[in-house]
Design a protein around this ligand. Structure first.
Ligand code: AMP
Ligand code: MG
Length: 417
């Protein structure tokens, strides 16, 4: 054991839920915001509440192709009435004439309901003979009319600060005519892998070497997390190289993210350098995969150190780093959607840690949710992640679990898909 390694008495393992709360308390949202065009706003996080300046819909309009009429003109006791056609209303070009008793106006979907008319009869329930339109089986007054303000009134809040702008939000903002929005500044995350054994893809492997896969997986995760990333490559297990990488990263980024070198014994350089250049805490989490995790600060940047094992690094990113990034970029947190599913394969587990086993969730012909474990669950076996579409979450105290048991499943969300 090196002189810098963690002292011998192992700290008790922290439950991941407790860990998340403690880690989140250490960061706050970026203070800076900027105004961007709606066309550049996808994936950004709103920094202001937004209210509508208009009623929605802005005017009474037809939800059907048919005939606008005055409901009072219909024969109250009859299944049929005849009305005289006096004009047309198209979407974008309303009827400009004057309402007449016992008349109707041909109207298309989205066209303004002409003043003086209150109801639309769908075309399929009419019969036209020249200028005379028979109305069959009329519905009630106001049928097929989308009323001004029925979705929302001018002044109603439409989106809250902290919302990530996705496709629906872009559409909602356009619906109310918003052309630019204030969003949080995009976060920048610098990341590098550590390890003398790591080689970049495209090179030959000498004995004892492996390809650096984490950097690619992390790049994908960061892209999905909506942050700008700065790839600083593979850094050797060498104190001065690591010091240089930390300084470069911290001068340019809001977060410095590393993989490898945070487990007991070989964490020396990360720990030593960060103690000299900033501050670092080591966390032993009751989570599998992903027990070791480090967090600290260097300069103005937050530091997160992922374990080197590829599955561990993805799981700890997802459970810990992603919530931290979300808080830093101003996002309102949302709880993951969990579902119950029946195991189709037995699960092996020792009590002691919460396990995030990788699973494949399906729905059978009866509509029941079934989940199978993706084979071997070694924390280095990244194929278990690419085969999976969900985590099977097994509680800390749980042991081996037979096929047929009901388990908690967390389907992969946008950051893992
Ligand atoms: P460490 O956390 O540095 O002790 O590494 C734990 C395990 O993960 C070792 O088997 C490493 O070789 C492996 N590992 C570390 N970094 C990477 C990486 N970037 N890509 C693939 N495997 C890695
Ligand atoms: Mg290492």
């Amino acid at each position: 054991m090196s002189p810098h390694a963690t002292p011998s008495a192992p700290p008790s393992l922290l439950h991941p839920d407790q860990a998340i709360a403690l880690l989140l308390a250490k960061v706050s949202p970026v203070a800076d915001t900027e105004v961007v065009l709606l066309s550049d706003a996808f994936d950004r996080v709103l920094a202001e509440d937004l209210a509508s300046h208009i009623d929605l819909p802005p005017f009474d309009n037809s939800s059907m192709d048919g005939y606008a009429l005055r409901f009072a003109d219909l024969e109250p006791t009859q299944q049929q009435s005849r009305l005289q056609l006096i004009g047309n209303a198209f979407a974008g070009h309303g009827f400009t004439g004057k309402a007449q008793p016992h008349s109707c106006v041909r109207i298309m979907t989205g066209a303004p309901v002409p003043a003086g008319y209150d109801t639309v009869q769908m075309q399929e329930e009419t019969h036209a003979q020249g200028e005379w339109i028979t109305i069959n089986h009329p519905k009630g007054v106001g049928a097929n009319v989308r009323r001004r303000g029925e979705e929302l009134h001018q002044g109603t809040k439409v989106l809250n600060a902290g919302t990530q702008i996705g496709a629906a939000e872009l559409g909602v903002l356009a619906t109310i005519g918003i052309s630019q929005v204030r969003v949080y500044r995009r976060l920048k995350v610098a990341f590098f892998s550590t390890g003398d054994e790591l080689r970049p893809v495209g090179s030959e492997l000498a004995p004892g070497q492996i390809y650096d896969s984490n950097r690619y997986a992390i790049q994908g995760l960061l892209r999905r997390a909506g942050v700008e990333s700065l790839d600083l490559g593979v850094i050797a297990d060498d104190p001065e190289a690591i010091r240089h990488a930390f300084r470069t990263a911290a001068s340019q980024a809001d977060m410095v993210l590393t993989s490898g070198g945070v487990s007991v014994g070989d964490a020396d350089f990360t720990k030593q350098i960060l103690e000299e250049e900033g501050q670092i805490d080591f966390w032993k989490l009751a989570i599998k995969p992903g027990k070791p995790f480090a967090m600290g600060r260097i300069g103005k940047a937050v530091f997160c150190g992922l374990p080197g094992n590829p599955v561990s690094s993805m799981v700890t990113f997802y459970k810990l780093v992603w919530p931290i990034l979300n808080k830093m970029q101003g996002l309102t947190p949302t709880a993951p959607l969990l579902v119950n599913a029946s195991l189709t394969t037995p699960v092996r587990k020792h009590p002691g840690r919460v396990e995030y086993q990788r699973g494949i969730l399906t729905r059978n012909a009866q509509g029941e949710l079934k989940v199978a474990i993706t084979g071997s669950q070694g924390s280095g076996m990244l194929t278990s992640m690419s085969l999976a579409n969900c985590f099977v979450i097994l509680a800390q105290e749980q042991g081996d679990t037979p096929a047929g048991a009901t388990v908690t499943v967390e389907p992969f969300n946008s950051v893992l898909c």
